[in-house]
Ligand binder design. Structure first.
Ligand SMILES: Nc1ncnc2c1ncn2[C@@H]1O[C@H](COP(=O)(O)OP(=O)(O)O)[C@@H](O)[C@H]1O
Ligand SMILES: [Mg+2]
Length: 276
């Protein structure tokens, strides 16, 4: 569980707060999406969790523990982090990228893995994210955008973290691959019961992925919190309705099997849980 308690962040030299008095609780073992336009403070919120940023005020508890009191390096190694650019290390192979944290942690923490075990875990991760093990010895420059993102996901998940932070990880890949990657995240999250905090400005992506969505506006102001179903069927106000693309004369359709279609007939995804 992640608890944001009155978190504010004002960057030096800035007149407005990037995050203003944000309080919210994220339950464990689900995919929680922060949805909002560019500049509303999503990235800042994520970076406060793994202490890439320090809040100007307020605090963040991870399973009851203030992250400010945890060792920074250990904290970052125990949280999976995936960014829009996969940010792979260019001069080491795919396999070495995937096993980075395992190798860094080795000997310093509880478990000592042999290099054969680390290699096996890396290859297993490649398979899990749907990559051919033949790619293991390639360098990141020789991967497609979609492959690089899969490696990014494999690297983040290799230590089997209980928490993953994903910051618009698929924003730059083409729509078809993007859907595959979204399915991959859902499948892995289900399998490993990871808590995923996923940031996006893309409504379709949020609907596809989220157990819970938090709609944000500037200053990380909370506009609505709920399931995709809650938001789509009962937007809190005009801001949320506009953001989701719902207008009174163009209703969303809830189809068979809980599938949701946008006004122009595009399938948006499937709503989880509840009945209609
Ligand atoms: N390092 C920084 N220094 C100054 N301003 C920043 C910095 N990082 C983000 N901001 C500002 O904070 C606000 C929120 O940014 P960000 O969290 O990146 O939003 P989002 O991820 O939702 O696009 C924006 O106005 C942005 O310009
Ligand atoms: Mg951002």
């Amino acid at each position: 569980m992640i608890e944001f308690i009155n978190v504010s962040k004002q960057f030096p030299g800035s007149e407005t707060k990037a995050v203003s008095d944000f309080s919210h609780t994220i339950p464990s073992r689900e995919i929680h999406v922060f949805l909002g336009s560019s500049g509303c403070g999503k990235t800042t919120l994520l970076r406060c969790v793994n202490r890439m940023e320090t809040p100007s005020s307020g605090k963040i508890l991870w399973d009851g523990e203030d992250v400010a009191n945890l060792d920074k390096v250990q904290l970052r190694r125990s949280i999976g982090y995936v960014l829009q650019s996969a940010s792979l290390f260019p001069h080491i192979t795919v396999l070495d990228n995937v096993t980075t944290v395992l190798r860094l942690r080795n000997g310093k923490e509880d478990k000592k893995l042999s290099s054969a075990q680390i290699r096996a875990r890396g290859l297993e991760m490649l398979e899990l994210v749907g990559l051919n093990p033949d790619l293991a010895n390639r360098y990141p420059a020789h991967l497609s955008g979609g492959q690089a993102q899969r490696v990014g996901v494999a690297r983040a998940m290799a230590p089997n973290p209980s928490l993953m932070l994903m910051d618009e990880p698929f924003a730059a890949v083409d729509p078809l691959v993007r859907v595959q990657l979204q399915d991959l995240v859902r499948d892995l999250q289900k399998e490993f019961k990871t808590t995923v905090l996923f940031v996006t400005h893309d409504v379709d992506e949020a609907v596809r992925l989220a157990d819970q969505i938090l709609v944000l506006s500037n200053g990380a102001q909370i506009r609505q919190s709920g399931t995709a179903r809650d938001l789509l069927t009962n937007p809190a106000d005009q801001f949320v309705a506009d953001f989701l693309g719902i207008t009174p004369d163009r209703e969303l359709t809830l189809g068979a099997d809980n599938r949701v279609f946008s006004p122009d007939g595009r399938p948006l995804g499937k709503l989880s849980g509840g009945s209609q």
